[in-house]
Design a protein around this ligand. Structure first.
Ligand SMILES: [Fe+2]
Ligand SMILES: [Fe+2]
Length: 460
């Protein structure tokens, strides 16, 4: 029997799996990007696109929202509301139409707040108006393209992501490109993501209606026609309803070529996704990256074999992936969390597992990553596991995670010194936290900073 190591996963499968994390950031259910990809691959077949273009399109559809975490804190503070709700609605609104924009702003300006505060948010919003929408889209697209470039693609895929919100009639963002000046792949991305969103909310009729109505305005008329022809096949939408994991698009996996050498490197990809998580909140800058490196240092000093050190590093990069599904109202809250907010924050640990679960060769890493808040005495979450039930890799990541959380600034307090952090952690060593891992950490008290870790130019 062939033994699968995490490093043997196909890039096509890995990106499909990780796209589920990006869906959460955009306020969509997991599977949104995979379904958009499934729709796009059918259109690529209908249009007889060459294999290399189809391959780029496959990755562009999965990674289209890679820049989504970069504007989450901004969305949350401008709209005074849950960034997921606002972003999900944002995709349905035709921003080039003034009245729709106002309706969106009304709906999203702090809907749960008292009326006086809501009015304040509205005044702020009307002043910023469409300029704000422009800025948000520009940040998302530019960062998205930079992230995709840092994953290993030099052109094609990042260009497609950069122009994803351009409209055929020139009313889109960020450059107001028109017609054929918009890259073909970007035109396909916009069509496929809109079809998926309207199909999910309003059924096949909704998807067909939005494409018919926006044909020639948002959408390339020829692509719109191709979709409308495809949509006549009654099995098309029935099959779409079954698609939400990488397995469902396996038939479209592009073959690995030299162009994707860097893309295939799982450690590099995991690091970039760690950076995407860290970019969601100004308070978690570098957190996943530092946690991963502390954890690997501990694992090495504890004498774990290289393969297990790699798993610890991966679990460190991925550990807070589920935070992409937590609102910035909670992540960035300057005060104490309410019981309900705490529950929603704690959900990030199990979300990390749910995102990665369909990647069978990564399942043990997924479990290790999701157990980083478990404690040896059973007082942690999400499963309340105890002792040996908590994987050793998770115990090591937990020590690194706590240390980094204590030494970094948080919305409610400044970062502690290394000595203060050790003093706070010491009583838990051997009871809640792994004692040997804590010893290994204390033996090397150097804090990892920006210069010590690879850091993409986009993650400012
Ligand atoms: Fe966490
Ligand atoms: Fe963490």
């Amino acid at each position: 029997m062939e033994i699968h190591t995490p490093l043997q996963i196909e890039p096509a499968e890995l990106m499909a799996g990780l796209s589920r994390a990006l869906d959460l950031t955009e306020g969509e259910p997991m599977g949104h990007s995979i379904r958009s990809c499934w729709i796009g691959m059918h259109l690529a077949q209908d249009l007889s696109l060459p294999p290399l273009v189809s391959s780029d399109l496959y990755y562009a559809l999965l990674l289209k929202d890679a820049g989504c975490s970069a504007n989450a804190a901004q969305v949350s503070s401008w709209f005074g509301t849950d960034d997921h709700d606002a972003k999900s609605d944002l995709k349905q609104v035709n921003w080039s139409r003034f009245y729709e924009a106002v309706r969106f702003a009304l709906r999203n300006a702090a809907p749960h707040e008292r009326f006086s505060r809501r009015l304040g948010q509205m005044v702020q919003l009307s002043q910023r108006g469409l300029k704000a929408a422009h800025e948000l889209v520009a940040v998302r697209c530019t960062r998205g393209a930079q992230i995709v470039r840092s994953l290993g693609w030099s052109e094609g895929v990042p260009d497609a992501v950069l122009s994803l919100d351009e409209h055929w009639d020139g009313s889109g963002y960020p450059q107001g490109l028109q017609g054929q000046d918009i890259p073909l792949m970007s035109r396909m991305l916009l069509l496929c993501q809109t079809v998926e969103i309207f199909w999910r909310r309003q059924g096949p009729e909704g998807a067909i209606r939005v494409v018919s109505e926006r044909r020639g305005r948002w959408f390339d008329p020829e692509l719109a026609e191709a979709f409308l022809r495809r949509a006549q096949d009654p099995s098309f939408f029935a099959q779409l309803g079954q698609v939400d994991t990488p397995e469902a698009i396996r038939q479209f996996f592009p073959s690995v070529t030299d162009a994707f050498r860097k893309v295939g490197d799982i450690l590099h990809t995991a690091e970039v996704f760690g950076q995407i998580v860290d970019a969601k909140s100004p308070w978690t800058r570098l957190h996943s990256i530092r946690t991963a490196h502390y954890a690997q240092r501990i694992a090495r000093d504890m004498g774990l074999p290289p393969q297990e050190q790699q798993e610890v590093l991966l679990a460190g990069f991925f550990h807070d992936l589920g935070k992409l599904g937590v609102s910035n109202l909670i992540l960035d809250k300057p005060g104490k969390l309410t019981a309900e907010e705490r529950q929603r924050m704690e959900r990030h640990a199990s979300l990390t597992y749910e995102i990665l679960e369909p990647l069978t060769s990564l399942r043990s890493v997924a479990f290790q990553a999701s157990c980083h808040h478990e404690r040896l005495d059973g007082s942690g979450y999400a499963g309340g596991l105890a002792g040996g039930e908590v994987p050793l890799a998770s115990q090591i990541v937990a020590v690194a995670d706590v240390f980094d959380a204590l030494t970094a600034d948080r919305p409610y307090r400044a970062g502690l010194s290394v000595a203060e952090a050790f003093q706070l952690m010491r009583p838990d060593a051997g009871t809640k936290l792994n004692g040997s891992a804590f010893e290994a950490l204390m033996a090397r008290p150097e804090v990892i900073n920006e210069d010590d870790v690879a850091w993409g130019e986009w993650a400012q």
